[in-house]
Ligand binder design. Structure first.
Ligand code: NAP
Ligand code: MG
Length: 403
């Protein structure tokens, strides 16, 4: 078979620990034999971030803006222990945070579903994609603990000096107090990313807040979504046969549980934090969860939702074989290749991505899987728990049958 040729490079962001090992194995076993892989390589592994004073992360994000599509390996976000372990000059920021700040995007997370491992919620037949607004609200709050009686006020001083003041509460004793904000600009880009992604993936979009209680703050989210939808997306949604639907967050929770899945659920920052853990746990495992950052300008960065799987890496360093699940990382690559194919008009790339995903799922559905999944397997015939290497080889064999 002739290798598939690419015209525009993918921005390749390498990472750390066990996922870095899997990254190289996936390329060698599943991609390079079939594609003349064209990538612009950025090493986001912690040693290189230290060496370049994190410039490499910034460069990789800017390259994503230039080319439009990136694929990212999991990376270490340093803490005090990593500072010591990697002899770092400082605690570099989370690469995902840096990239998100430059691309200004929304993260969409969706489970990879396989027959033989069913969601805890029986009626969920299709994936539920969570879109979390990753800016502001309680994550950028200001808090205060009054120690005794006093008046709490909300004061806004406009740029030209005009003051607006309102009483929050007259305390007659100690208590707690919190200020939050968001911006029209950030809410608008969140809305654009969500509408864009709904069109891209051909799924309905649900959005929910608590606007009956938060009549200005949450209501602003609702209004911005509706205004943008009416002005720019309504017709395109109609043409695509998909729906935008707004409801209250408590109603949404009830509807999500009763649903069959197969839609995007847009959440405010806190709701998304909480609900994405609930949804991913109910679907099975973080190792079976894809994640893509979509910017309002239409740039895409694909990654796995899990971390660098440190515990397995330490075993690997001792020479032990590990059974680390590569599915989410494989799907990061297929997502990126499919998008590159779409943008460049290379349908062969999309077909390859479809086949690689189908082959990977078929191997699991046939009963061969990594150890994390074997424990969830529900069929009578026991699952065959294999090492990462054996699992990749099985996928390779299945893929070759399909090409
Ligand atoms: P983690 O790497 O996701 O791993 C936590 C545990 O989940 C693992 O020990 C393993 O459980 C299981 N697990 C996760 N992915 C798996 C896979 N693909 N296959 C099999 N099991 C898997 O989270 P962490 O240990 O909290 O974080 C490790 C490092 O990753 C940290 O330095 C953190 O900063 C970084 N991190 C990066 C990202 C990112 O780049 N997107 C996200 C999160 C964390 P068992 O040990 O029980 O087998
Ligand atoms: Mg969380």
């Amino acid at each position: 078979m002739e290798k598939i040729k690419m015209t525009t490079p993918l921005v390749e962001m390498d990472g750390d620990e066990m996922t870095r090992i899997l990254w190289a194995d996936i390329k060698k076993e599943l991609l390079e034999p079939f594609i003349e892989l064209k990538s612009e390589y950025y090493d986001l592994g912690l040693p290189e971030r230290e060496k370049t004073r994190d410039q490499v992360t910034i460069d990789s994000a800017n390259a994503t803006k230039k080319y439009g599509v990136a694929v990212k390996c999991a990376t270490i976000t340093p803490n005090a222990q990593r500072l010591e372990e990697y002899k770092l000059s400082q605690m570099w920021k989370s690469p995902n945070g840096t990239i998100r700040a430059i691309l200004d995007g929304t993260v969409f997370r969706a489970p990879i579903m396989v027959k033989g491992i069913s969601p805890v919620v029986k009626n969920w037949k299709k994936p539920i994609t969570i879109a979390r607004h990753a800016y502001g609200d309680v994550y950028k709050n200001s808090e205060y603990q009054p120690k005794g009686p006093g008046k709490a006020e909300l004061v806004f001083t406009s740029a030209d000096g005009e003051e607006k003041r309102q009483t929050i509460f007259d305390f007659d004793g100690p208590g707690v107090l919190q200020g939050q904000y968001n911006t029209d600009r950030s809410i608008s880009s969140f809305a654009h990313s969500c509408f864009q992604y709904a069109l891209d993936t051909h799924q309905d979009l649900w959005f929910a807040t608590k606007d009956t209680i938060s009549k200005q703050y949450d209501h602003r989210f609702k209004d911005i979504f509706q205004e943008i939808f009416d002005a720019e997306y309504k017709e395109r949604f109609e043409k695509a046969g998909i729906e935008y639907f707004y409801t209250l967050i408590d109603d949404a929770v009830a509807r999500v549980i009763r649903s069959e899945g197969g839609f995007i659920w847009a959440c405010k920052n806190y709701d998304g934090d909480v609900m994405s853990d609930m949804v991913s746990t109910a679907f099975g495992s973080l190792a079976m969860m894809t994640s893509v950052l979509v910017s309002p300008e239409g740039n895409y960065e694909y990654e796995a939702a899990h971390g660098t799987v440190t515990r397995h890496y330490y075993k690997y360093l001792k020479g032990e074989e590990t059974s680390t699940n590569p599915m989410a990382t494989i799907f990061a690559w297929t997502g990126a290749l499919r998008k590159r194919g779409e943008l460049d008009g290379i349908p062969a790339l999309g077909r390859f991505a479809d086949k690689l995903e189908a082959a990977s799922i078929a191997v699991i559905e046939g009963g061969t899987m990594t150890r994390d999944l074997a424990g969830l397997w529900e069929r009578k015939t026991p699952a065959k728990a294999v090492t990462s290497q054996e699992f990749l080889k099985a996928i390779r064999k299945e893929l070759e049958k399909r090409l």
